[in-house]
Design a protein around this ligand. Structure first.
Ligand SMILES: Nc1nc2c(ncn2[C@@H]2O[C@H](COP(=O)(O)OP(=O)(O)OP(=O)(O)O)[C@@H](O)[C@H]2O)c(=O)[nH]1
Ligand SMILES: [Mg+2]
Length: 361
């Protein structure tokens, strides 16, 4: 799962050690014995040999599990009490249905989960010990359905990653985290400061550029044309032989129509100026908004040719179930998840890790 961000790791490791920022240092958290044991178990479940597992992965899994704490408490405690009542019957299934709703799983995904559970129960009387495994299977299937093959930056060409989404969802923060993750894997990155609507936005993305040691292309003029910034950034990316160009966009303009037009214009510049580039258009979704965020997302997906979703702020919300609604309702693959405000708090998405973290006891 983590293979792409491991690329060229050894060559880069020493350089990275030297570059480590104070923020990264201070973000290091202490894991409990129990968290370490659980993380190792999940990694083994993914087919990792003990010698392949490193501290970073253990730290991440512990963070993911902590991040999903509130959602898990909502789901697991209730689930345990339902399962503890004996073999699953219709009443128990109704209770599971309610519990999924309250975790913002959404109507369609909930219906699919319940139907699959009912089908299994019809096939065979499910012992209580197997209910959890069966549920995990069903949940993973929903998350995996839109994922076609492995996700990684394409080699030997310019990758352009456009981050879109309503204001405040975490686009700029995610750009910083993505740049950090990609640079660590040996990919050369560049950031385009294409949110020119707010004066502070350019400054903010520059700070993330510094934190992640990534150059930022910006236009100092007030209200500069974001498409022109992207144009300049593509030129720079080609000249500097960059692997990934990360484009920060505005979340709010005078009105929605302007915002959509601006995104469409940026997209046209990319398609014209870099026709051979591999473009990923990510929709950034704030998990704390749950189902509301999803409705906002639909507007973006119409103009920005969205290819994947990044879910942020999974830490501190009980609405983590929205991941299932994303996969089911939007039919889009989740590519990254964010569980905090630090540089290291973002990772490529793994349905296996997500479901394990969500349903662990
Ligand atoms: N807890 C938590 N906070 C996050 C996460 N990602 C982003 N944030 C916070 O969310 C707030 C908004 O983040 P930004 O990156 O500025 O959001 P944006 O989408 O760029 O916002 P606009 O530029 O206004 O459209 C900041 O305070 C971030 O620190 C996350 O994964 N977890
Ligand atoms: Mg921003």
């Amino acid at each position: 799962m983590f293979n792409w961000f491991r690329r060229k790791r050894e060559e880069k490791e020493k350089a990275e050690q030297a570059k480590i920022t104070p923020e990264t240092e201070s973000e290091k958290e202490i894991q409990s014995e129990e968290e370490i044991a659980w993380s190792k178990q999940v990694l083994a479940g993914e087919g990792k040999k003990p010698e392949e597992v490193d501290e970073e992965e253990i730290t991440w899994l512990a963070k993911l599990r902590r991040g999903l704490d509130k959602t898990r408490r909502q789901i697991v405690n209730q689930l345990k009490s339902v399962i503890g009542q004996g073999p699953l019957d219709q009443n128990a299934i109704s209770q599971i249905e309610e519990m999924l709703f309250s975790a913002d799983v959404g109507y369609e995904a909930t219906e699919e989960i319940i139907k699959a559970l009912e089908a299994r129960i019809k096939e065979e009387a499910l012992p209580t010990t197997e209910v959890m495994d069966c549920l995990k299977d069903i949940l993973r299937r929903i998350l995996d359905a839109p994922i076609k093959g492995e996700f990684a930056p394409q080699e030997g060409k310019l990758n352009i990653w456009l981050l879109t989404g309503v204001n405040g969802v975490g686009k700029t923060t995610t750009i910083g985290k993505l740049a950090h993750l990609a640079q660590k894997s040996g990919y050369k990155c560049l950031i385009a400061a294409a949110d020119t609507f707010r004066a502070a936005a350019v400054e903010q993305v520059k700070i993330w550029g510094e934190r992640s040691n990534t150059p930022v292309i910006a236009n100092p003029a007030k209200n500069a044309d974001p498409a022109a910034v992207v144009f300049d950034a593509i030129n720079a990316a080609i000249a500097r032989q960059v692997d990934i160009l990360l484009v920060d966009t505005a979340g709010r303009l005078q009105n929605k129509k302007n915002l959509m037009e601006q995104l469409a214009k940026i997209r046209r510049v990319i398609d014209k100026k870099a026709p051979d580039a591999h473009v990923e258009s990510f929709l950034v979704l704030d998990a704390t908004l749950g189902q509301n965020g999803l409705r906002q997302a639909q507007v973006f997906s119409e103009v920005a040719q969205i290819t994947g979703v990044i879910i942020t702020k999974l830490d501190g919300t009980a609405k983590g179930g929205v991941a299932f609604a994303v996969a089911k309702n939007l039919g889009l693959p989740i590519r990254f998840v964010g569980v905090g405000e630090g540089l290291e708090d973002l990772r490529p998405f793994s349905s296996y890790e997500f479901v394990e973290a969500l349903l662990s006891s």
